[in-house]
Design a protein around this ligand. Sequence first.
Ligand SMILES: Nc1ncnc2c1ncn2[C@@H]1O[C@H](COP(=O)(O)OP(=O)(O)OP(=O)(O)O)[C@@H](O)[C@H]1O
Ligand SMILES: [Mg+2]
Length: 168
Amino acid sequence: MSADTLAIYPGSFDPLTNGHVDIIERGARLFDRIVVAILLNVEKAPLFTVAERVEIAREVFADNPKVEVDTFDGLLVEYARRKHAGVIVRGLRAISDFEYEMQMALMNRHLNPNVETVFMMPAEPYTYVSSRLVKEVAALGGSVTNLVPRLVEERLREKKHGRQTLRA
Ligand SMILES: Nc1ncnc2c1ncn2[C@@H]1O[C@H](COP(=O)(O)OP(=O)(O)OP(=O)(O)O)[C@@H](O)[C@H]1O
Ligand SMILES: [Mg+2]
C-alpha cells in the first residue's frame, strides 16, 4: 500500500467562497487529506486578515476531519516538500484561468517534479464566483447568498457595517 496522499490547496481565500468550498470537498473525496493553505502577504490590502481567513476556513470545515487549514509563505513547492504533500490542487473556472494556471503548474513541476498539480472544475453555479467579485458585490450592498458560506456572508456584513460606522 502506498502512503496517504496529502493534497495542498493554495490560495488567498479573501474571503472563502462556495467555489473554494466546492473544490475543497472534491479534493477531500479524492485524497486522504487536503490542506487549505492560505498565502501570507500577497495582497497589500486584503479585506480579511490572515487570522480571520484561517478562522473562517476552520469553522466552515470543522466537521470534516480530512480538511486542515494552514498558512504558508515563500515557494509553494518548498511548502509542499515540508508537508510531504504529493499533490497541489487548483480550481479551474473558465478558459481565462487556464493560461496562468498552466504556467504555474509547469513552473512548479520544474521546481519540484515530485509534486503533481491536479485541476478540478467546480459545480456550474460557481464557475463565475471569485473572491474579488464577491467583495465588490458585498461592498455595494448586493446579495452574496449562496455564493459564500453563511459565516462569510455575516463577516462581510460586519465589515461593511464597520466601515460605514467609521465614515459616519
Ligand atoms: N469559483 C471557483 N471555482 C473553482 N475554483 C476556484 C473558484 N474560485 C477560486 N478558485 C480557485 O481557487 C484557487 C485559489 O484562488 P484564489 O484564492 O485566488 O481565489 P479567487 O476567487 O480567484 O480570488 P481573487 O478574486 O482574489 O483572485 C485557484 O486555483 C482558483 O482558480
Ligand atoms: Mg484568483
